[in-house]
Write a protein that binds this ligand. Structure first.
Ligand SMILES: *Cc1c(COP(=O)(O)O)cnc(C)c1O
Length: 452
């Protein structure tokens, strides 16, 4: 058996899969926070180019990947699919474990899969500058790279705790030509408001989104880009699963379980939606499991509600599993998973029990990441370690039950910029903070007024 299953550039998919076409219950529409009525495309037009707004509401099943985007994709795509023989052996499991490796992209994660088309459509519509937020720094890196390719200026609001934990991430963004600010900053009204309440705020993705949206909303030449959550972002990521499906076919296999870490849902959607299509179309029953941190458990302990996408309340109301937009998770090292809500599509799928979710404490995740690094060789991103924790649980269960099963995992990024996190783990400094039901209820009570 081969360890790596590779596709040629010619075999790279030429379209993205839009799961909305196949969903039994379509995602609910975003609402205007004042009128509580569905918003039209014109509401989003100051923030996004029209082509992306069209994709956001599209119900077409397949959407062409523009040739220019496909050309750039070939800088790193198709990405390899690996069979994790060494990990299987270490776990002494009858389960077969495959992983799709997105860390081979220039940014080191799956994020360029959407950064490139987003920059492309902005360029098509004459946009000069894009503002955005970044948590762990992966999205900021990806967008900085994509903007540079299209000659667009890029301004990044980086969550302060990550800005301090990961100076090298900022320098990579600078290297790609972007401007980077620690968020909350004094540069926006949103940032000033947060700092006046809490000068020591560690920041959050929700706060950084407020800042970046404000910058775009106030400047006609600037648009905004989001690295997760939105329908079009999830769709761009389906190239991961579409490739993986071809690669699994080459290996003569099909997963019983697809597993991915979950922040806003993009890498999970990317790998799992093309397999969910087989459930919808061919009556298969492939389980898809989203892995989230116990300190930010919107899928396993949140509520399904309309809520804001940001902290200050500048975005439309989005139907989502949420912990409340004021929720500030503890500063765990998986910065990319510290977001209060989940995208509308993934939330609807979870509500309809078409996907599953599971949470893990960070020590268990780093233990899983370490085992992976010591067997397969790649040091995974702390976010990816959450998925690995689920993979290992499933592989151990297969062993207990004496059953084989096939697991496909999205190794969505490498952790080469996350040494501070690994150092904290290796020196015994990582802590698992129990989140009480009381804390969650209090945070959710703050969005009671948004009931529709
Ligand atoms: C951004 C990111 C995540 C979380 O975001 P999703 O949209 O849920 O994928 C997870 N892992 C890595 C490596 C990331 O860069």
């Amino acid at each position: 058996m081969e360890r790596k299953i590779i596709l040629s550039e010619k075999e790279m998919p030429e379209y993205w899969y839009n799961i909305v076409a196949d969903m039994p219950n379509k995602p609910l529409p975003p609402l205007h926070p004042g009128t509580k009525q569905p918003i039209g495309p014109e509401t989003l037009a100051p923030l996004f180019p029209m082509e992306l707004i069209k994709q956001e509401v599209s119900t077409e099943k397949w959407i062409d990947i523009p040739e220019e985007v496909r050309d750039i994709y070939t800088l790193w795509r198709p990405t390899p699919l690996y069979r994790a023989y060494n990990l299987e052996k270490a776990l002494d499991t009858p389960a077969k474990i495959y992983y799709k490796y997105e860390g081979v992209s220039p940014a080191g994660s799956h994020k360029p899969n959407t950064a490139v088309p987003q920059a492309y459509y902005n360029k098509q519509e004459g946009v000069k500058k894009i503002s955005t937020e970044t948590g762990a720094g992966q999205w900021g890196t990806a967008l900085s790279f994509a903007c540079q390719l299209f000659g667009i200026e890029c301004e990044v609001y980086m969550v302060k705790v990550s800005y301090n934990q990961k100076p090298y991430r900022r320098i990579v963004m600078n290297t790609y030509g972007a401007k980077v600010h620690a968020s909350p900053s004094e540069l926006t009204q949103a940032g000033k408001q947060i700092l006046s309440q809490n000068p020591d705020s560690p920041g959050s993705l929700g706060i950084a989104i407020s800042e970046a949206v404000e910058v775009a909303a106030n400047d006609p030449g600037t648009k905004y880009a989001l690295g997760s959550v939105l329908n079009h972002v999830l769709m761009h990521q389906t190239i991961i699963g579409l490739e993986a499906l071809k690669q699994m076919e080459k290996a003569g296999d099909l997963p019983d379980i697809v597993i991915a870490p979950f922040g806003g849902g993009s890498n999970f959607a990317g790998i799992s939606f093309p397999f969910l299509r087989l459930n919808f179309e061919e009556g298969k029953s492939i389980r898809c499991i989203a892995s989230e941190p116990a300190s930010c458990p919107k899928l396993t302990r949140g509520v399904f509600r309309y809520d804001f996408g940001d902290t200050v309340g500048m975005t439309p109301l989005i139907p989502m599993y949420t912990l409340g937009h004021n929720f500030v998770p503890s500063p765990i090292h998986a910065g990319g998973l510290r977001y209060h809500g989940a995208g509308a599509i993934v939330s609807q799928l979870l509500k309809d029990q078409l996907i599953e979710a599971r949470s893990h404490f960070q020590k268990e995740c780093f233990e899983a990441g370490l085992l992976f690094a010591r067997t397969e060789g790649i040091v995974p991103a702390p976010e990816a370690n959450h998925g690995l924790a689920t993979v290992i649980q499933e592989a151990k269960q297969a062993k207990e039950e004496g059953k084989t099963k096939t697991i496909l995992f999205n190794l969505c990024g490498h952790g080469n910029f996350d040494m501070a996190a690994y150092e904290a783990y290796l020196s015994g400094k990582l802590v698992d903070e129990e989140l009480t039901s009381d804390q969650i209820e209090k945070s959710i009570a703050q969005i009671d007024h948004l009931q529709v």
